[in-house]
Design a protein around this ligand. Structure first.
Ligand code: PMP
Length: 435
């Protein structure tokens, strides 16, 4: 009997012991190739000396200083580095300890922004169905998975949900990508008008949908249309890059590839690369200026914001991600992995779609390719694939087709950026065996 409790974690799981590049080794010495970075976290593998050194150096200097009393070199330099590399205009940084915290901060900042502007009637958010933005009550309110939300209803934040941009299942026969992108983006305008534009704070979305759909990018043009609609009604665009950000898709921020800049962005996971729990919320100078002019400060805070060890780790990770070599490597390795998956599974009768960008790739499992029919959710096929993969020494991130019953089971791949050619082969072979 273990005193530890957690929905997924129990004493029967393998006990992770050490890390070696792209592998986690359990206490029996079995090696697991990490094909998902846990949940798109471990972008630099599990034994990076530079990141370890940066954390050790901070630990030796000072482990903690409360932000109510001090700032630190580690926090200042991380914020400056992030602002320098974020899409133009996102130059104010609020550090937090993880993804849900980043989303909570974003929701509160957006609300405070309108309060400062004398618009207290703006209380609503719009997000998308089949989305996940975190498990704290505010973030859970925004997420569009009925099965996660309903047990906790009524939720804290009034959010309604529109369709995601999900080409494989959403685009109709004969419809161009462009027309599909516009049609599905226009659902946002219809929803804003239905609610009353003066009541809406913002629209929350992932540029590339991670856990809930399995690495689904929007079609070109979708987010430009979304940006236009938000601007037309004075609504904030909040992009959740907790999973898809920090180089995962080949650019530091995934939204760079959509050619738009949000008003607020959230990042986490890859920012600490698993070496420290850390995240951040970024906002435009214009939003922060409204708050400075009003109350003077963002009415928010946690004990561990800007934790020096987390800041040091994130600074070292970000330095690597912006070295001019790592992100081109993500694109090149991502293309090779996708080609390997296409070679192996392109004609597979039960793989309906292979998608994604950079090293953020997804496979959708279907009963038949032509009809795109999902497997019966009761089969819990995704869990079986995960179990078979773990048996074979491969970690992949599974999600079920149970989310509102609108898609097949899928497997998300988000391996470390240091994945080698041999490891691509090992990944594809083991995944093929598991499937
Ligand atoms: N947003 C997105 C898009 C996520 O994928 C996640 C985590 N899977 C979160 C927010 C929440 O992050 P955390 O688990 O670090 O709180």
């Amino acid at each position: 009997m273990s005193a530890l409790f957690h929905r997924t974690c129990n004493a029967d799981l393998p006990w992770a012991d050490t890390g070696d590049g792209c592998y986690i080794i359990d206490r029996n010495g079995k090696r697991y190739l990490d094909a998902c970075g846990g949940a798109a976290v471990s972008c630099l593998g599990h034994s990076d000396e530079e990141i370890r050194d940066a954390i050790r150096a901070q630990l030796d200097k000072l482990p903690f200083a409360h932000t109510g009393f001090f700032t630190t070199e580690a926090a200042e330099s991380l914020a400056n580095l992030l602002a320098a590399h974020a899409p133009d205009g996102l130059d104010r940084v609020y550090p937090v300890s993880g993804g849900s915290e980043a989303v909570e901060a974003a929701l509160k900042l957006a609300r405070q922004y309108f309060l400062e502007r004398g618009e207290p009637q703006r209380t609503r958010f719009i997000a998308r169905r089949q989305s996940y933005h975190g498990n704290t009550l505010g973030a859970l309110s925004t997420g569009g998975n009925a099965w996660r939300r309903e047990p906790f209803a009524p939720l804290m934040i009034d959010t309604s949900h529109i369709a995601p941009c999900y080409e494989y299942r959403g685009r109709e026969d004969g419809e161009s990508q462009e027309a599909y992108g516009q049609r599905v983006a226009d659902e946002l305008e219809a929803e804003i008008l239905r609610l009353g534009p003066e009541t809406v704070i913002g629209f929350v979305a992932e540029p590339v949908v991670g856990a809930t759909l399995g690495a689904v990018p929007a079609v070109p043009g979708y987010f430009r249309r979304i940006r236009e609609i938000c601007d037309r009604y004075g609504i904030l665009l909040i992009l959740d890059e907790v999973m898809c950000g920090m180089g995962r898709t080949g650019t530091l921020f995934a939204c760079e590839q959509d050619g738009i800049v949000p008003d607020i962005a959230t990042i986490a996971k890859g920012l600490g690369a698993g070496y420290q729990p850390v995240g951040a919320m970024l906002c435009s100078a214009a939003i922060y200026a409204a708050i400075e002019k009003g109350t003077g400060f963002f009415q928010h805070g946690h004990t561990y914001i800007g934790h020096p060890m987390a800041m040091a780790a994130a600074g070292a990770v970000l330095t690597r991600l912006t070295d001019g070599q790592t992100l081109p490597q993500v694109i090149a390795t991502g293309e090779r992995l996708k080609a390997g998956l296409q070679d192996r599974f392109g004609q597979h009768p039960h793989i309906g779609d292979i998608r994604g960008k950079g090293l953020f790739l997804g496979l959708e499992l279907v009963r038949d390719r032509d009809g795109k029919t999902p497997f019966d959710p009761a089969l819990k096929l995704h869990k079986k694939v995960k179990a078979a993969a773990m048996e074979a020494g491969l970690m992949c991130y599974p999600m079920g087709g149970t989310i509102d019953g609108r898609q097949g089971d899928h497997i998300l791949l988000a391996p470390p950026f240091i994945l080698t050619e041999d490891q691509i082969g090992e990944l594809v072979d083991k995944l093929s065996d598991a499937i």
